[in-house]
Design a protein around this ligand. Structure first.
Ligand code: GTP
Ligand code: SPV
Ligand code: MN
Length: 636
């Protein structure tokens, strides 16, 4: 029994019931007790209270209630709201944001349940230059990450957080990345002062009571603290503490910076955890390709940001491919585990899509287009005179108001921001796979790397074996896009499409990838694709989108040992007849260009890869260096 408070103390304790938890297990209620100490300073204790009289108890997970109390003491919110994850609660958040102007209802007759959020114009993409991995030892973060000592990073962040939620509500979001009943899933709790973040987390993750129940059972969770602060780019940081499984983010409300379950947890922290636990957390889509004969293969594909994952995951088979079906499991992140038979299996830790809007139309991506017709949050799109959302290459309508909220004037730049995004629940996708919720995930036949490169990299090639596949992944380079602040169109090395997301030293990461060969002899085959080759006039040589299925068919046939190939120095390439061009306006000459391997250019590329690897010094696995030398020598 707790000691009853004496009369004097009672005056100093105000009880606030925060969430009646209608469907609460154990008959408990959650409450915040706000206390003042002898000096009148406010402090907080979080309790879950039994409805039985005289049996008040703290939450079963003390590490959680203590952390919430600590954060509340630091940030001083006006109140705390636990998120239970119900649809009603989501609608309450939406109404609240409409009231305060942070969400604008779109035309509800045309787009029911759809809203527009205009972010601060300085806050429209990930900020890689302000993103840090804070390991005790700098070399553990590696040359691929910005690093800060954990103690320095924490004191910097604590200064920023000091009193930052005054007058604001602090939301507590328990979430589960992956199906709640999957052994491969991992949980976290995000604390934020942004209702927009809460609404997005509701669509993107399994959040609320079910996640909280699992957290209490697991006894551990990733701690994510987020505040939008004043949205000042000078006071903006995204800090990761992988050794403590915690994240601190301040000053941005944008997707990857603020929805901490996504890139911060499911990639940076998870990749670090995955290394010690023997699995992989990757920037990959997961897609199922079903043939007219009813045979389904699952592929996991890693392309850098804004390089076609969402589009490939939702691919619509072209007219020429009657009877083919494509099923989406994930569009951005895959967690990969070896099962006890040595089969690599994938789950998607997310439950929604935060996808690039521009370019989405019924021809390029009909599934995505249909998915976002209702119950979608649009961020930084334009609107038409009818108050419909509008974006470049939508294929219909005209912009009246730009993403900045000003009258649109042609010639004044894009109407929708190039990195404008939709947030939507995955279940709305007409191609949503029935295995998307399977706790055991799906078996992966092929791993496909890709990049956006106007030259050099052929339409498709296959690595000779797993170790060569690790080289192929480690060699990915791609033109930068609007998904991150910075110059667009510059080719940079982006190994495994993880440059902004690998939470530890790439050299150790490649060693971890290589180690899978010792643990299984039935690993997936590894490929590389490039949909973005251009001619001298800058036009794409390959039609892309649905037609990419023709390339995936060769990939699947290679996995089944039923397609031929030419062996080259860089790997296996299809013979021109191996890619079905029926009904397609691609001449054999163009296909020749798409499949050409220019030895001179490739020698140069292998030289650049060697120089890039040198940045990792002695830590680089010998096997990777040996693979690089083998290919360089084969090129002559
Ligand atoms: P993130 O969400 O940032 O990780 O991006 P993503 O990899 O999911 O990229 P997404 O599928 O959203 O594609 C980004 C851009 O690439 C869009 O403008 C698409 O229209 C374009 N795109 C996608 N697939 C193709 C393709 O096969 N060919 C060409 N030419 N463009 C493509
Ligand atoms: C990406 O940039 O790769 C995205 C969007 O998928 S974000 O959530 O901002 O990372
Ligand atoms: Mn992404």
């Amino acid at each position: 029994m707790t000691k009853p408070a004496n009369g004097r103390d009672r005056d100093h304790i105000e009880r606030r019931v925060l969430d009646p938890f209608p469907e609460l297990r154990h008959g408990l209620e959650t409450a915040l007790w706000q206390r003042r100490d002898r000096h009148g300073h406010r402090g907080y204790t979080v309790h879950r209270i039994s409805k039985k009289p005289n049996s008040r108890m703290t939450t079963r997970l003390e590490s959680l209630s203590n952390w919430i109390a600590e954060v509340a003491t630091l940030t001083q919110p006006k109140d705390i709201k636990w998120c239970s994850g119900t649809a009603d609660e989501y609608h309450q958040f939406i109404d609240h944001m409409v009231d305060d102007g942070s969400l604008i209802p779109l035309n509800q007759a045309h787009y029911p349940g759809c809203f527009l959020h205009r972010s601060d114009p300085s806050d429209v993409a990930r900020v890689e230059h302000l993103t840090f991995v804070c390991t005790e030892d700098e070399s553990d973060a590696g040359p691929n990450n910005h690093w800060m000592a954990p103690s320095a990073a924490k004191s910097k962040m604590e200064q920023l957080y000091q009193g930052c939620m005054k007058g604001r509500t602090m939301y507590v979001i328990p979430y589960c990345m992956g199906p709640v009943d999957s052994p491969y899933s991992r949980c976290g709790v995000e604390i934020t002062d942004s209702a927009y973040v809460v609404a997005n987390m509701y669509l993107m993750t399994r959040m609320g009571n079910a996640a909280l129940a699992r957290i209490e059972t697991d006894g551990n969770f990733v701690k994510g603290l987020h505040s939008v602060g004043e949205l000042d780019p000078e006071r903006r940081f995204i800090m990761h503490f992988p050794e403590e499984l915690s994240i601190m983010s301040f000053g941005s409300g944008y997707g990857g910076n603020a929805l901490l379950g996504k890139k911060c947890h499911a990639l940076r922290i998870a990749s670090f955890q995955a290394r010690s636990e023997g699995w992989l957390a990757e920037h990959m889509l997961i897609v199922g390709i079903e043939s007219p004969q009813g045979e389904t293969h699952y592929l996991a594909c890693a392309f850098p940001s804004a390089c076609g994952k969402t589009n490939l995951a939702m691919l619509i088979p072209p007219e020429s491919h009657k009877g083919w079906k494509v099923w989406t499991l994930g569009d951005d992140i895959a967690w990969l585990h070896l099962d006890d038979k040595g089969q690599l299996r994938a789950i998607n830790p997310e439950a929604g899509y935060f996808g690039v809007v521009p370019g989405t139309n019924p021809q390029t991506n009909r599934n995505a287009y249909e998915t976002i017709q209702h119950d979608t949050i649009f961020t930084n799109v334009a609107v038409t005179a009818d108050n419909d959302p509008w974006w470049e290459e939508k294929g219909s309508g005209e912009p009246a108001i730009s993403w900045l909220g000003k009258a649109y004037k042609p010639g004044n730049g894009a109407a929708a921001h190039p990195n404008s995004r939709f947030t939507v629940a995955a279940k709305q996708n007409p191609a949503y796979s029935k295995l998307a919720e399977a706790p055991e995930g799906v078996p992966i036949s092929a791993i496909v790397f890709g990049g956006r490169r106007r030259e050099l990299t052929p339409l498709v090639y296959q690595a000779k074996d797993w170790a060569h596949g690790v080289l192929v992944g480690a060699s990915v380079a791609s033109e930068t896009t609007a998904a991150a602040i910075g110059k667009v169109g510059i080719v940079r090395r982006d190994p495994m499409a993880m440059k902004p997301f690998c939470g530890y030293n790439y050299a150790d990461y490649w060693a971890h990838w290589l180690s899978f060969a010792e643990r299984s002899n039935s690993l997936p085959k590894v490929f590389h694709v490039n949909w973005f080759r251009r001619d001298a006039d800058g036009r794409f040589l390959w039609p892309g989108f649905g037609e990419n299925l023709r390339v995936l068919r060769w990939i699947i046939d290679r996995c089944e040992n039923r397609a031929s190939a030419d062996e080259t120095a860089i790997g296996f390439l299809p013979k021109p007849d191996d890619i079905d061009l029926a009904g397609l306006d691609v001449t054999p000459e163009t296909l020749g260009k798409l499949l050409a391997v220019d030895a001179e250019q490739w020698r140069e590329e292998l030289q650049q890869i060697a120089e890039y690897f040198d940045e990792y010094g002695n830590r680089l696995p010998d096997e990777l260096r040996a693979q690089q030398r083998r290919v360089a020598n084969a090129l002559g």
